[in-house]
Ligand binder design. Structure first.
Ligand code: UD1
Length: 421
């Protein structure tokens, strides 16, 4: 298993290019299942979750090509197996995104339940409930969701869906399913994360009729069929946020090409209050930091609030910043797995339920640590970049799931980091 070796204590300088968003690319690859025409996606990031989605989609009988410059073409005209098996779903929860499009186009789908996850139980009950409201019959048997249309139906029916909580992939599943349903679907309490409007724009360019995307109420009027399109995946705000925290914590001056400040308002506010200077420049975002920061209290919430996917990285920054801070996680019940590993590097953190109390000004020193989930791995990289001496991070397959060549990009801006095979 690969490891990362980091020799910390260097400021970061230069330019880094932000890739397409993992969380937009995954639903958009699934949206290609809705048509018999060719779909071309540009700016698709090179990361393991995309490879898993490729395997899943190929396994259904979809033709898939990928060029070195991030262009993917999909042709689902010969799709003959509307199934997502456990072997693939267990490694990536987002496989559940196949359910809505398969059901919409084929009237049936068999998708494994995702099972447990390091950061919480993460059920898919809302996905099931919403699709049932559109008429689907979904039996859960032997660990699989077997979905079909009632006898005599050829399409799902539009419905008024109000989810119990805001769910990102749930909203995406309903959005894709509703495009080919009979009549109007209204999604209340819809997620507003920038990946949702990006998916909606792609679906609109395939011929879908959608309004209200980017707000908590989305209206979709079903159409008979969707056609092919070419769509460019929006920039990854979480990758950009991770680099912003890294530069803020180590000190330095870096331009993040393609990064969108308008997708990162909550994080930018905290980083500016902490003492980093961040400005939108023609190429993207520029961050300048002396490395001397003030710790910030923050609380994760749905977009446009502070993203749970940035909680671990911002906590790493708080560990070395001046002052005490309280970090509250409201989205996932078990998302503090990075805390014990940060403590191994010298951080001072106490957990109390959903809150973590961080005492700042820690003098981090390199150590052996273990990555436990995707964003936890990123927080350990940031801590390792600040720590004095050598940090070795094990189990970086978690990092590879969601970051496009992170160590290469960090080396490009002056970090001393290498992958050990
Ligand atoms: C997506 C993102 C993930 C991010 C998360 C929250 C993708 C591929 N992944 O995950 O990176 O951390 O949003 O911003 O886009 N819930 C239920 N029942 C459901 C669905 C969700 O109880 O049927 C709960 C979850 O357990 C969680 C909360 O709702 O506590 C939000 O989860 P959700 O927005 O669905 O997360 P994902 O879409 O899985």
């Amino acid at each position: 298993m690969d490891k990362l070796l980091i020799r910390g204590g260097r400021a970061l300088h230069g330019k880094v290019s932000i890739s397409g968003a993992k969380n937009a690319a995954l639903p958009e690859l699934c949206a290609a299942l809705l048509t018999v025409d060719v779909v071309t996606l540009k700016n698709v990031p090179r990361l393991q979750d995309v490879v898993t989605m490729e395997k899943l989609i190929r396994n259904m009988g979809v033709a898939f090509t990928r060029s070195a410059d991030g262009i993917v073409t999909l042709n689902a005209s010969a799709l003959d197996k509307p199934e997502a098996p456990y072997e693939l779903v267990k490694t990536m929860r987002a496989s559940v995104l196949a359910l809505g499009p398969l059901l919409a186009r084929f009237g049936k789908a068999t998708v494994s339940l995702p099972g447990g996850c390091a950061i919480g139980s993460r059920p898919v009950d809302q996905h099931i409930k919403g699709l049932q409201a559109m008429g689907a019959i979904i039996d859960v048997e032997h660990g699989y969701m077997n979905a079909r249309l009632p006898e005599g139906w050829t399409r799902l029916k539009g419905a008024h869906i109000t989810t119990d909580m805001v769910t990102v992939t749930g909203t995406e599943n309903f959005l894709m399913a509703a495009c080919l349903a009979d009549g109007v679907t209204i999604l209340e309490n819809a997620a507003q994360e920038p990946e949702i409007p990006d998916l909606a724009e792609m679906l609109i360019s395939m011929g879908a009729n959608i309004t209200g995307h980017g707000t908590s109420r989305i209206t979709i009027t079903g159409v008979d069929k969707l056609h092919g399109c070419t769509h460019s995946v929006v920039a990854d705000r979480i990758e950009a946020g991770t680099f912003l925290c890294a530069v803020a914590a180590t000190g330095g001056d870096v331009v993040l090409e393609n990064a969108r400040g308008d997708h990162l308002d909550a994080l930018l506010d905290k980083l500016r209050e902490a003492g980093a200077s961040i400005s939108q420049v023609p190429l993207g975002l520029q961050v300048i930091s002396s490395g001397k920061l003030k710790a910030q209290n923050f609380r994760t919430t749905e977009y446009p609030g502070f993203p749970t996917d940035m909680q671990a990285q911002m906590m790493a920054l708080n560990c070395v910043a001046a002052g005490a801070s309280i970090v509250t996680e409201t989205i996932f019940e078990n998302r503090f797995m990075h805390v014990n590993e940060l403590v191994r590097l010298g951080a001072n953190i106490q957990i109390d339920g959903r809150a973590a109390m961080v005492t700042g000004n820690a003098k981090l020193s390199g150590a052996h640590v273990m990555a436990t989930d995707l964003r936890a791995s990123a927080s350990l990289v940031i801590a390792g970049l600040v720590a004095i001496g050598e940090t070795t991070i094990e189990r970086i397959y978690h990092l590879d799931r969601g970051y496009d060549r992170m160590e290469e990009k960090l080396r490009g801006i002056g970090a001393d980091i290498e992958r050990i095979k």
